[in-house]
Design a protein around this ligand. Structure first.
Ligand code: CMP
Length: 143
């Protein structure tokens, strides 16, 4: 079992696509074990996108990711890091295959609706940026 960090980005929230995207994860049988709406600060953006801070597109990316609230989610499942990335499709909505979330709803490299951790190391690091250990819920356990 793996856990990954997923962000529904400002464009997803503003375009009222949150339910559509969450429905896809639920229909796939994945387990959303934590979820919150937050406003990303420039400081958090620099931590989250540390590997991109020096890239030419970072200024635009920071302006975008801090422009409106996001939904942060922790999702559990078998091979969930790969499974979610495949459900998102290629980074650019212009290149993502039809049937993927970005392929179906995005026509932009930057405003690509959803972020998901790209490996186990990134998932562990990114989950810590958004959630404390006590915030993960197991809704399959008996009450
Ligand atoms: P994400 O999967 O969150 O990881 C880094 C983000 O940077 C990416 O989605 C896009 O939102 C953005 N991004 C990546 N490449 C480019 C690019 N060439 N131009 C603008 N934004 C980009």
């Amino acid at each position: 079992m793996q856990r990954t960090l997923v962000l529904l980005k400002p464009d997803c929230v503003q375009r009222r696509l949150m339910g559509e995207v969450i429905s896809r994860f639920e229909a796939k049988g994945l387990e959303i074990v934590a979820m919150k709406m937050i406003q990303i600060t420039p400081e958090l953006a620099k931590q989250h996108y540390a590997e991109h801070v020096e890239k030419p597109f970072y200024g635009g990316l920071e302006a975008f990711i801090t422009s409106a609230p996001v939904i942060a989610m922790a999702i559990d499942g078998l091979e969930v890091i790969r499974v979610v990335r495949e459900m998102l499709g290629a980074t650019s909505g212009l290149k993502a295959a039809a049937g993927t979330i970005r392929g179906d709803f995005s026509s932009s490299r930057q405003m690509n609706l959803v972020h998901a951790s790209d490996g186990e190391e990134a998932a562990a690091r990114e989950l810590k940026l958004y959630f404390g250990d006590s915030e993960f819920c197991d809704f399959n356990s008996p009450m």
